[in-house]
Design a protein around this ligand. Structure first.
Ligand code: ADE
Length: 248
């Protein structure tokens, strides 16, 4: 998969792309990341990319010309129909695990990072295929949001996480929060690992985990249960007495 980031601050991505899983994804060739500076597409002598808002008001807007030129250049060079251009913006559709899976299926993703008070409306309307927000808060620019999207998409690409099932096992993929997990030592200070997890009984462990995932979701994010596809029996079982006698 290929990701092109259009930004005024390409160096903001250095750290994230130089470490850990994103770096491995790039080194392995599962992901190709290209950064382009929107300022390079400004045609005037001073490479101006922003201007004040017609009608007045505080703050500056990103001008349409450099944005359109950057996107058109990328689309033209890519030459393929699979290029999907996304504007990172607090006004976009909210990013979820489902959106990440959808974007992971695109051969070429272009993430456009807005700045200042926003972008000229004509770019939003005619320059992009999609507009995504990572949550209901306002960042100083789209770069942290683009990083979030890139990270969530990269880990879904085949071969990026060592174990092929680890992204499929994710809580949000199954529509539930993650069950509690423990590693050695079996007892840390006064706190013991639930005995069922040490029992070696794989069926009992799977039952316990499923039940814990449902209970945790019910307590912390009940709205997720509406779309998790659980049967009423499964919810009733999770709420009933614990067959393993091992409440977490
Ligand atoms: N740019 C500023 N705030 C943002 C947000 N919440 N999501 C995506 N892009 C943004």
């Amino acid at each position: 998969m290929r990701i092109t980031i259009l930004t005024l601050f390409p160096a903001m991505f250095d750290g994230a792309l130089g470490e850990s899983i994103l770096r491995r994804a790039v080194d392995q060739g599962a992901l190709q990341v290209e950064r382009r500076n929107i300022r390079d597409y400004a045609q005037d002598r001073h490479h101006v990319v922003d201007d004040s808002s017609y009608g007045g008001g505080p703050g500056m807007l990103m001008k349409p010309e450099p944005l359109f030129r950057a996107v058109e250049d990328v689309r033209c060079q890519a030459g393929e129909s699979g290029t999907w251009v996304v504007l990172m913006s607090p006004q976009g559709r909210t990013f979820t695990q489902k959106t990440a899976a959808e974007l992971a299926g695109k051969p070429h993703l272009v993430l456009v990072c807005g700045h200042y008070e926003g972008v000229d409306e004509r770019f939003r309307e005619h320059g992009v295929d999609d507009e995504i927000s990572i949550g209901d808060y306002v960042l100083t620019g789209g770069e942290p949001a683009a990083l979030v999207v890139m990270d969530a998409v990269a880990r879904l690409l085949p071969g990026v996480l060592g174990d092929p099932t680890s992204s499929e096992m994710d809580s949000f993929s199954a529509g539930l929060l993650e069950y509690p997990q423990y590693t050695r030592p079996a007892q840390f200070r006064a706190w013991k690992t639930p005995p069922v997890l040490l029992s070696g009984d794989h069926q009992a462990i799977a039952r316990w985990r499923r039940r814990q995932a449902i209970l945790r979701t019910l307590r912390r994010r009940p709205e997720l249960l509406d779309t998790a596809g659980l049967s009423p029996d499964e919810i009733a079982d999770a709420l009933g007495p614990d067959p393993e006698g091992d409440a977490a």
